[in-house]
Write a protein that binds this ligand. Structure first.
Ligand SMILES: [Cu+2]
Length: 332
């Protein structure tokens, strides 16, 4: 073989070797997954009871008598590993499926992976929330911090459609070390078909805070509809945390955000900042949805916790008007 031919062959071999060495996306995934051990031992554990509630609702609760819609907000910090034991008192097959965190098939909470809970039985799910890391190939694993949620994936259909409709859902927050924490428990708004937390105004949540407090909203959507969450008189940064630590940043400020089924986001604001105390509405901005009762109140008191006639009257007007919109019927 001529020298030229040999060089061409060698170059060809190098090219083939090079192409073969580019990791496929499946290989990248394996690189990412290999060094991380999925939850060697839980750092925290909790028990959730699944209970039937009034008005055909079903909820998760930290005790059998405190089940609620939405269920308890679960909070983790990156590096944590949470074991959740689900106790099924609902008389029907239910489960718990978490978004955003890592788990093995046994904690998938689906019929597909045989991880539902039969009536009268219990099961422990394990969720891990690793932080960011550099993969062996130099790319970045972004970690798990975010405003996530959990829900049933077992009741009614293999997608848990009946469970979600009945109220089997809740917020799951994963914080990153150094994240700011709110002064009050998070306000959780679940836009589930044309309801907020399976309720319609004026039976939707009135979230109370004092002027100047750092408050946190977690907004989740479920069901079949898209929504536009809007909060009056406040705005936030459309990023992972909802706030910024860099005044020169170019991140978008918003006071409304579109959200579709199983999507979730969260943010922190200072209650009444720049605007003072007031009954500040939050609602879906799809007009037909807000008119149908997808509306609630952020009730900001003075910094000392007292209220003024102005916001008390506004709250009453909101209740009266939505009650009239419902034909005066009491509906939960
Ligand atoms: Cu809506």
């Amino acid at each position: 073989m001529h020298l030229k031919g040999r060089i061409a062959l060698a170059v060809g071999a190098i090219a083939v070797a090079f192409v073969w060495n580019i990791p496929s996306s499946a290989q990248l995934y394996r690189l990412a997954a290999t060094p991380k051990q999925a939850c060697p031992s839980p750092t925290d554990s909790t028990t959730l009871f699944v209970e039937k509630l009034a008005h055909h609702r079903i909820g998760y609760g930290l005790t059998p008598s405190t089940a609620s819609v939405p269920g308890p907000t679960l909070t983790m910090t990156e590096g944590d590993c949470l074991a959740v034991t689900l106790v099924n008192d609902a008389g029907r097959r239910v489960g718990m499926h978490a978004h955003g965190v890592e788990y093995t098939p046994a904690s998938d909470g689906t019929p597909l992976n045989a991880s539902c809970v039969a009536p009268g039985r219990s099961r422990t799910y394990v969720f891990s929330a690793p932080g960011p890391s550099t993969r062996t190939d130099g790319t970045i694993d972004p970690g798990t911090a975010g405003y996530w949620h959990y829900h049933d994936h077992c009741m009614g259909t293999v997608h848990g459609t009946a469970g979600i409709k009945a109220g089997l859902y809740g917020a799951l927050i994963v914080r990153r070390a150094g994240d700011l924490t709110p002064d009050r428990p998070p306000f959780v708004v679940v836009m589930n078909n044309v309801s907020i937390n399976n309720r319609i105004a004026p039976h939707t949540p009135v979230f109370r805070a004092n002027e100047g407090e750092r408050i946190e909203f977690v907004v989740i959507a479920h069901g079949d509809l898209f929504h536009t969450f809007h909060l009056h008189a406040h705005r936030w940064v459309d990023n992972r945390t909802g706030y910024t630590s860099n005044p020169a940043d170019t991140e978008r400020l918003v006071d409304t955000r579109t959200i579709g089924p199983a999507d979730s986001f969260g943010f922190q604001v200072i209650a009444g900042e720049g605007v003072g105390p007031g009954a500040w509405m939050y609602h879906c901005h799809v007009q037909g949805h807000s008119d149908a009762g997808m509306s609630g109140i952020l009730y900001v008191r003075r910094a000392n916790g007292t209220t003024t006639k102005q916001e008390r009257r506004a709250l009453q007007r909101w209740k009266d008007e939505h009650m009239a919109g419902m034909g005066g019927m009491s509906h939960h």
